[in-house]
Write a protein that binds this ligand. Structure first.
Ligand SMILES: [Mn+2]
Length: 313
């Protein structure tokens, strides 16, 4: 599979790397990591990262083609190679121009939702997509990693494993992380970039600890309305990042954060007990067995969602 992907990369002059909406550390890590290794192997190729900006992981990089700001003609995309990373659903791909590519490659570690891509390398054994890119670089002698790529991929591995906390972490994860350190990733630099917090965020965490709700079946959650988020002057990404404040609390094996987003309420659902991806599937979502996302249409559907969680507890 990796050899097939490399052949395609070799063949195309223009390569555009896509990720998902609301990019996280792993999305950026895989995108900028892949751009780095392709550029180092083929300096004369035109390799672009496209997607949304994110304050959260801006230290990893800024997309070359920013969705919503760029008004490139379709001809720019036509004839290129599209590589989509870290995204299981077509509709979650942040730049829908990926369909204009002459060929499409999908590299992902999520449970497959949509079938897309002429070549699909999907392996749920990898705890992060960035680890797949790092691994790919070790399997092709032309690929070289320089510091920017190492920082990107190390950040992707860290964020998607909760800093090496989840069981998906394997011997290979540590081998890849170790390899990235030898390529210039600096653990303290990256930790500082990720741990840097504003006063608003600290106050918001206090709010979460004061206002969570629990059910007698062992579900713990917090609801965040637009008004509350605005009160703390936080972006949607910042506010939704605190879901794991509710992890590891005795007697509560499933936790969630419900956050308003325009006309919808998005759900970040987590578990250290039962698999919860099936619950997410019932509410327009999906993801991993222990970490999924979902959507409810309004606050009135909250009780229905809680009931669905109780079915698996
Ligand atoms: Mn990921």
């Amino acid at each position: 599979m990796i050899k097939e992907i490399f052949k395609k990369i070799k063949k195309y002059q223009r390569i555009i790397i896509y990720g998902h909406v609301r990019p996280d550390g792993d999305c950026y890590g895989a995108q900028f990591g892949l751009q780095n290794i392709i550029k180092n192997a083929f300096p004369t190729k035109d390799v672009f990262v496209t997607g949304e900006t994110s304050d959260f992981v801006s230290f990893v990089g800024t997309p070359d083609i920013i969705v919503g700001e760029s008004n490139l003609e379709d001809s720019f995309y036509e004839g290129s190679l599209s590589i989509v990373v870290d995204t299981a659903n077509k509709q979650r791909i942040s730049n829908q121009k990926y369909v204009l590519g002459k060929e499409i490659i999908k590299i992902d570690h999520h449970i497959p939702v949509d079938n897309f891509g002429d070549i699909q390398w999907v392996d749920t054994n990898f705890p992060s997509c960035a680890q797949m890119i790092a691994y790919m670089s070790t399997q092709v002698k032309e690929f070289e990693i320089t510091k920017a790529g190492a920082v990107a991929m190390y950040t992707g591995i860290l964020t998607d494993t909760g800093r090496f906390k989840y069981r998906g972490v394997s011997e290979l994860t540590h081998q890849m992380a170790g390899m990235l350190l030898t390529k210039g990733a600096d653990v303290e630099e990256i930790d500082q970039a990720m741990s840097n917090e504003t006063l608003e965020m600290i106050r918001f965490k206090g709010f979460v600890y004061q206002n969570f709700k629990t059910t007698d079946k062992g579900f713990i959650y917090i609801t965040i309305t637009d008004d509350i988020r605005n009160e703390f002057k936080l972006s949607y990404e910042e506010a939704s990042s605190v879901v794991n404040l509710l992890s590891g609390i005795q007697g509560f094996r499933v936790w969630a954060l419900f956050i308003e987003d325009g006309d919808l309420v998005r759900v970040r659902l987590r578990s250290n007990g039962p698999d919860i991806d099936k619950v997410a599937n019932q509410f327009n979502g999906g993801g991993h067995a222990k970490a999924s996302g979902a959507v409810i249409n309004n606050w009135d559907e909250l009780d229905q969602f809680i009931e669905a969680v109780h079915q698996v507890l």
